[in-house]
Design a binder for this molecule. Structure first.
Ligand code: SF4
Length: 562
């Protein structure tokens, strides 16, 4: 935990993926070496240069055991304590990014071990302070919280955030479109596999059946047995948890053979490799086209190069489908895309400038930026219906709340698809509404129907997902515009996903620190519930308690009277 004076709140970061870095590591090492854990720091050779891996508590303890008869016990214990200190920093050190040389309070049971404190001090360059009652600080803290709750009085009631209850027409239209799109068996139309980023306006102008593979995989996320089986099949093909779970699903499930496949070289190399593997497996290696996409929109000729690439993709699809693309249809698709985008921006403007209108734990699955309906009348109808619903919800909400009454969170990247328990906990239990989601952000300029390929190339570059710096720019602009008081980044794949990797979270944390806006980076996986860290609920609770302390002067929330 670090107190951020600019934010006037405690920011925190917590490991939670495994036991590495916790007291159980030292317990198992001491046990293996036949030393009482409380005597470890007295036996450590503080000058030793012995080092041990700190990746896995169990394996490290086993590897230390191997050296038992060859390395002096003081050196082994020094190596273990150093590994402990290093693991602590590897898992939560990010938070010290902007706090070099600050005094650090070291508490809890492990703080009994003066050697770990010594090596923590060496690694951080900070003074490590061990408070008098370090081993019971948590218990003391719980007592203080109970006292604070008692001081709020006997008839205290925490105000809940409520939403206008009607389930609008737009939800039904989305479900109908999704069913039609992903499960239609109309084989009279060519089937095109696509990644999340290749422009759908072209494919809809071609009147194809589109299968956005990552979205298609996500549609099965709530079928736990199906997911387990698919991930199991993928593992047998050599795709373990190092590979994105969306891609493992695609490797593990049966797909309909495509007539053509389109993707983009950025932002995900993993996806490129798996798409390549899948077209070989489905015996259509000559039907894959990957649009070369630079990251930076400013890079010279970026738009020209991509427009040429789109033209080449169209040529190859015409050859594969045996028919020409009607330019009039592409023009029309750009007009419809602009209409839907304009309505989408109005929807976002409403949500940014109103009290909570819809639950983010529902709206996040709209993910309009990744929709394969861009270029269709369906999306225009959905956005129109959604806009009208939001107007009604605004009227209802403004009778109950002002925009400053509640927390206002921005959710970045994708959510877990297998359930909404963490989003629901955040919104309904912690009363911290997700006001907006990055997957619904429409940041690109209107298309020019007379110059479709260049403007579709520009749309892709301006969508933000290719360039982490541009995404962070969009977040920085959105924060004052929508009064966001906190940002949540869901790091799908524990940082292995290029859309939520450590470079992005570092850049984001740096910029948000300067703005005084706290970031909650939630490790997790969008598809694979089996690798969900056990600490997510605690992280969410501590984040919202810090926000409550700042906004309402107590950690519990907005206090109402019974
Ligand atoms: S790693 Fe990230 S960007 Fe790549 S396919 Fe998975 S979710 Fe998409």
């Amino acid at each position: 935990m670090v107190y951020n004076p600019l934010m006037k709140l405690w920011t925190s970061m917590m490991s939670g993926v495994c036991a590495a870095g916790t007291g159980s590591f030292l317990d198992s090492v001491a046990n293996k070496l036949g030393v009482k854990v409380e005597e470890v720091s007295d036996k450590v050779n503080y000058g030793s240069d012995t080092e041990f891996s700190s990746v896995c508590a169990v394996l490290s303890a086993t590897s230390i055991n191997k050296f038992k008869n060859r390395v002096p016990i003081g050196d082994l214990l020094a190596g273990a304590c150093k590994a402990q200190a290093r693991t602590i920093l590897n898992s939560v050190g990010q938070l010290l990014l902007n706090a070099p040389g600050r005094k650090i309070l070291f508490q809890g049971g492990v703080a009994f071990n003066k050697a770990v404190a010594f090596f923590l001090g060496k690694l951080t360059g900070s003074e490590i302070i061990i408070p008098q009652y370090h081993e019971v600080m948590g218990a003391l803290g719980a007592a203080v919280i109970a006292k604070q709750l008692d001081e709020l009085g006997p008839d205290v009631e925490l105000a809940k955030v409520e939403y206008e209850p009607t389930r609008g027409k737009s939800v039904l239209l989305r479900i109908k479109a999704t069913k039609h799109d992903f499960f239609s068996k109309d084989t009279s139309k060519p089937l095109v596999w696509r990644n999340l980023f290749f422009p759908t306006e072209i494919l809809n102008a071609f009147d194809c059946r589109i299968r956005t593979l990552e979205t298609y995989a996500a549609l099965f996320a709530r079928k736990a047995d199906f997911v387990k089986e698919a991930l199991g099949n993928a593992a047998q093909k050599g795709y373990d948890q190092q590979t994105c779970s969306f891609l493992r699903m695609l490797e593990g499930m049966k797909l309909e053979k495509p007539d053509f496949v389109v993707s983009t070289s950025q932002p995900c190399q993993q996806a490129e490799r798996v798409f390549e593997d899948l077209v070989n497996e489905y015996d259509c290696p000559d039907r894959l086209y990957s649009l070369q996409t630079p990251i930076k929109r400013q890079s010279a000729h970026a738009v020209e190069m991509m427009a040429e690439g789109l033209s080449e993709a169209i040529f190859l699809m015409e050859k594969s489908f045996g028919r020409k693309l009607e330019l009039g249809r592409l023009e029309e698709a750009c007009v419809l895309s602009n209409e839907a985008a304009a309505l989408g921006r109005k929807c976002n403007e409403l949500r940014w400038t109103s009290p909570p209108l819809v639950k983010g734990s529902e709206a996040i699955y709209n993910a309009v930026v990744f929709s394969q309906l861009w270029g269709t009348k369906d999306l225009v109808d959905i956005q129109q219906a959604y806009y009208e619903e939001l107007l009604q919800k605004k009227e209802w909400a403004e009778k109950r709340y002002s925009i400053d009454d509640t927390h206002r969170l921005l959710w970045l990247h994708l959510p877990p698809f297998y359930d909404t328990k963490h989003l629901t906990y955040l919104e309904s239990v912690c009363n911290a509404p997700i006001i907006f989601e990055e997957t619904n952000f429409i940041g690109w300029s209107p298309l020019d129907p007379k110059d479709p390929l260049r403007s579709l190339a520009t749309k892709l570059l301006e969508s933000g997902f290719l360039d982490p710096a541009l995404r962070v720019e969009y977040v920085k602009k959105a924060i004052p515009a929508a009064k966001f008081n906190g940002v949540v980044l869901y790091t799908h794949g524990f940082g292995r996903c290029s859309l939520a990797d450590r470079s992005l979270s570092k850049l984001l944390r740096n910029e948000l620190d300067k703005m005084g806006v706290p970031l909650l980076a939630l490790e997790g996986d969008c598809m694979d519930a089996s690798i969900d860290p056990c600490s997510t609920i605690t992280k969410i609770a501590s984040f919202t308690e810090a926000l409550n302390m700042k906004r309402y002067g107590n950690i519990f929330g907005r206090v109402g009277k019974r």
